[in-house]
Ligand binder design. Structure first.
Ligand SMILES: Cc1cc2nc3c(=O)[nH]c(=O)nc-3n(C[C@H](O)[C@H](O)[C@H](O)COP(=O)(O)OP(=O)(O)OC[C@H]3O[C@@H](n4cnc5c(N)ncnc54)[C@H](O)[C@@H]3O)c2cc1C
Length: 410
């Protein structure tokens, strides 16, 4: 049985970072990846451009994005945070650019280049890389992890990094066996759920608006005390809603979905109060009395949403001359512009999710080293950890940080 100092299970971003760093420190490292290539998910990140991190240089402000988990991360992100990530990639020949909302991308705009950089880092540091090797479980001796079983035989090591990722986009290799091993090893693993994920909607008007993007909308989810709202860009799709605003609302919406479908409304003019909007629509109507409503609507409804709004009113209104449209219908039109009703019925699932939430609770991990508190020779990185975070580079930064630090301690 071949023996190493460290075995890394999973050749995604966190696994490659951990492998490269450990080998750079002189450890004999074996990286095992079941796909034929490394970084299959990394290569499709950021729509093929890879949002590598978020250029928020203040550690505490950056960590605010990890919500209640922020308190676990100060030491780790001080050891290897955003500035280190910039330095790491630029010194490995991959210049970065910062775009809107502090999102950072490779200047080449190619996620594939990020994968190549990570692969080169691992191999130049001396990592033994074995692809198309599937790990089937740990080998234990008197309660201690001593090796792994694979479809190409057993391998022994002193230390192990579990970097098998979460469950989003199963076609990239995300199959979740890492979570079952962790449960067998005594860890409590919160059941993974799709997160940063598009939402499905019941109403046809939403699906009929497929392909439209509304750049400044307010969407309110839920009712009563549970109600919450977000403002930003909404993308309509053939199944419902997407776009960064929706993806980043999914975590909260999922909590409401536990009690059934979630009612929501879209305010298409969040900056305009009802009275002002009523006056504006009245002025448009007054100036176009003899035209058919369908030809006038574009002056008071966001581009591309005319059909959706009409569908919500009375479709026969479309053909009517504006002077025949009554006050009640005019006010109903404004009500719709301020609150188009829809029903969120679910999420698009793991196939569409950017990440899955769930994973190992951080209270069971020493986050100064990313070692398991139950098995000190096992390190946990990236999406294996139960960390809720928004889109914007925060997932990959967690991979770079947890990968580098675990690689520094194995
Ligand atoms: C479409 C999409 C776009 C995204 N865009 C961004 C973005 O722009 N910015 C951002 O910050 N985050 C983004 N993410 C999230 C980011 O990709 C993940 O957080 C990140 O890939 C997690 O890295 P990881 O190393 O934990 O695991 P993964 O990248 O999932 O890698 C795990 C690896 O382990 C391997 N593996 C699993 N089981 C075994 C086994 N039994 N034996 C051997 N190997 C195994 C898998 O094949 C896989 O290659 C995106 C995700 C998706 C799906």
């Amino acid at each position: 049985m071949s023996s190493y100092d460290v075995i890394i299970i999973g050749g995604g971003p966190s696994g490659m970072m951990a492998a490269g760093r450990a080998a750079e420190r002189g450890r004999r490292v074996l990286l095992l990846e079941k796909n034929r290539v490394l970084g299959k998910k990394l290569s499709i990140t950021g729509g093929g451009r890879c949002n590598i991190t978020n250029a928020e240089m203040d550690v505490r402000t950056f960590l605010d994005h990890y919500g209640e988990n922020a308190k676990f991360f100060f030491s780790a992100f001080s050891q290897f945070g955003v500035q280190h990530t910039f330095h790491f990639f630029e010194s490995h020949g991959l210049p970065l650019v910062t775009e809107a909302h502090k999102r950072v991308f490779p200047r080449s705009q190619s996620a594939e280049d990020v994968t190549k950089t990570m692969k080169a880092y691992a191999s130049h540091s001396g990592v033994t890389i074995r692809t198309a090797v599937r790990v089937d479980g740990f080998i234990m001796n008197e309660g201690k992890i001593v090796g792994v079983k694979t479809n190409h035989g057993d391998f022994k090591a002193e230390n192990f990094v579990l970097a098998t990722g979460g469950l989003s986009h199963p076609e990239t290799g995300a199959s979740g066996e890492g979570f079952s091993w962790l449960r067998e090893l005594g860890h409590s693993v919160t059941e993974p759920n799709p997160d940063i994920v598009p939402l499905t909607v019941g109403e046809d008007w939403v699906k009929n608006a497929s392909g439209r993007t509304l750049s400044f909308m307010k969407i309110t989810f839920g009712e009563g005390k549970q109600k919450f709202l977000k403002v930003g860009k909404i993308l309509f799709t053939h199944f419902g809603l997407s776009g960064p605003l929706i993806l980043n609302s999914a975590h909260q919406v999922k909590k409401l979905l536990k009690d059934g479908d979630v009612p929501a409304t879209i305010d298409m003019y969040p900056d305009t109060d009802v009275v002002t909007l009523r006056n504006r629509v009245l002025a448009v109507f007054d100036a176009n009395k003899n035209k058919q409503l369908k030809n006038v609507l574009k002056e008071c409804v966001p581009h591309g949403m005319e059909g959706a709004v009409l569908e919500q009113l009375d479709t026969e209104l479309a053909e009517m001359k504006v002077h025949s449209v009554g006050k009640e219908e005019r006010l109903a039109l404004v009500d719709r512009l301020k609150a188009m009703p829809l029903t969120v019925t679910g999420t698009m699932g793991f196939e569409w999710a950017v990440v899955s939430d769930g994973g190992v609770d951080l209270t069971e991990v020493d986050t100064r080293t990313f070692a398991s508190k139950i098995h000190p020779n096992l390190f946990l990185t990236g999406d294996v950890l139960n960390v809720n975070r928004p889109s914007g580079g925060f997932s990959l930064q967690l991979c770079w940080t947890s990968g580098y630090i675990s690689g520094s301690h194995v």
